[in-house]
Design a protein. Structure first.
Length: 436
């Protein structure tokens, strides 16, 4: 560990790096690109296409609710937007996010961190796993778990260690038990968790629990991957929200550098633009950038430029106001779905009210021995209802009575009917039981 500033320690994350990430060498072309900007330099480096051959003359964007205000990419911005860019992302956009992270998470300038951009947070999560794990390594994963991550971990042969979560988020007692009774040869170096409005449970981790988990991370020497894809859709009043792992780590542990945080623009600006942000210790961010330059070169210049122009127009305050409006939109949906569930699902399912995000996690009260996968596959189609059975969120693929229900797109007037159809699935399962 190195020391920066007065009494704060900055963890050296390279001690936990994987073997496989060491094999990536700097991209021969991309490592020279920053030098092109030096005054007087004649660059014959990159095989960049000549933008004169591109068919676009303008990109203009009109914004909702702004009296027809248009954002127009001017000539310089347009040529940058249509051209290859740097593997870590557009430097101005990175700066914008770094400033946002200072504001939102209160992190200091001297804590050895940086941001980079990816084609969605999913790509960045996958890359950071490559930085810290070798194929087959054990990984601690909050369960129920997001299948988008469990899926690639399983395919890479990782040992998935389920750490349970409940209405207060990831359970530190379960985590401590797993770590203190660990008998495997290799110890887990990574905990993957979704702290706000988890996919699939909709529950958030409390601040006291986050503090306990951070202490365990220090004691047992692992990194925390904080996937906060729903962090901007928190229904709590801003003054009551739990601070992030990134915000808390210095206060709790007197060190920084153990948290890698993933933010996503997918749920608040556009999922099709594919923009995600990684914030974490500089050496780890540099390794992610190295993987990018070797694999898919860079995140999209075009959508980064669209985002940058929008954010420069909004400013940080405007961006955060937009997120508050989006959170309020989903909070109203959650309340409407909760009212429909109260009406039709009482006695047929149990649930906790989601505190953020887009999902209800229902436990169907099915006859013993029945599970939600089987009930849905037998009767879901016939009853006109689709939802995701719990088994999809259990990394080790046990059957379960749970169901993930997304209320993000469902018009309020269809919520009652959706709940009525779920109720029918449960009633039919019992009827079938009696007929047997
Ligand atoms: C928990 C979680 N993490 C990450 C992602 C991927 O987000 P992105 O669109 O930024 O890649 C999703 C998408 O649904 C998600 O639910």
């Amino acid at each position: 560990m190195g020391s920066i500033g007065f009494d704060k320690t900055v963890l050296d994350p390279t001690l936990l790096f994987s073997k496989r990430v060491q094999q990536y060498e700097p991209g021969a072309i991309r490592s020279l690109l920053p030098l092109e900007a030096l005054p007087g330099m004649i660059s014959l480096v990159a095989g960049k296409p000549n933008p004169e051959t591109f068919p676009f003359t303008e990109i203009s964007i009109s914004l909702k609710g702004s009296d027809g205000h248009m954002i127009v990419l001017e000539e310089d911005q347009l040529s940058e937007a249509l051209q290859y860019g740097l593997p870590g992302g557009n430097p101005e956009l990175i700066k914008w996010f770094e400033e946002l992270q200072r504001r939102v998470h209160g992190i200091g300038d001297h804590d050895g961190w940086a941001c980079c951009i990816g084609n969605g947070s999913q790509e960045l999560i996958h890359r950071v796993f490559q930085v810290f794990t070798d194929l087959g390594d054990p990984v601690l994963i909050e369960t129920p778990a997001y299948p988008g991550v469990a899926g690639f971990l399983r395919a890479d042969g990782h040992q998935l260690i389920e750490v349970r979560s409940d209405a207060e988020g990831l359970n530190p007692i379960d985590l401590e038990h797993i770590l203190s009774t660990w008998s495997g040869k290799r110890r887990p170096r990574v905990l993957y968790t979704i702290p706000t409005g988890s996919n699939p449970t909709g529950q958030s981790c409390t601040e006291p629990r986050k503090a306990q988990i951070l202490r365990l991370a220090r004691q047992f020497n692992f990194m925390i991957f904080e996937d906060d894809a729903y962090g901007f859709l928190d229904f709590e009043h801003p003054s009551c929200r739990a601070r992030s792992y990134l915000a808390l780590e210095s206060e709790v542990n007197g060190e920084t550098g153990r948290v890698l945080r993933f933010d996503s623009l997918s749920k608040i600006v556009s999922s099709g633009m594919r923009l995600g942000i990684l914030t974490g210790p500089l050496p780890a961010v540099q390794k992610v950038i190295r993987i990018t330059e070797n694999i898919n070169l860079q995140p999209s210049s075009t959508t980064q430029m669209m985002a940058l122009t929008l954010f420069n127009h909004w400013g940080h305050a405007g961006f955060l106001q937009h997120c508050e409006r989006a959170a309020e939109f989903y909070r109203q949906r959650r309340d409407a779905f909760a009212a429909a569930a109260e009406r039709y699902l009482q006695g047929r399912a149990t649930w906790e009210l989601p505190s953020a995000g887009m999902f209800f996690w229902l436990t169907l009260l099915l006859p013993p021995g029945r599970d939600s996968f089987e009930v849905l596959s037998r009767q879901g189609r016939e009853n006109g209802i689709l939802a995701i059975p719990g088994v999809a969120f259990l990394p080790n693929q046990r059957t379960s009575c749970q169901l993930r229900v997304s209320y993000s797109l469902l018009p309020e007037k269809q919520m009652a009917e959706a709940c009525r159809r779920i109720a029918k699935l449960v009633d039919n399962a019992w009827r079938f039981e009696i007929l047997m």
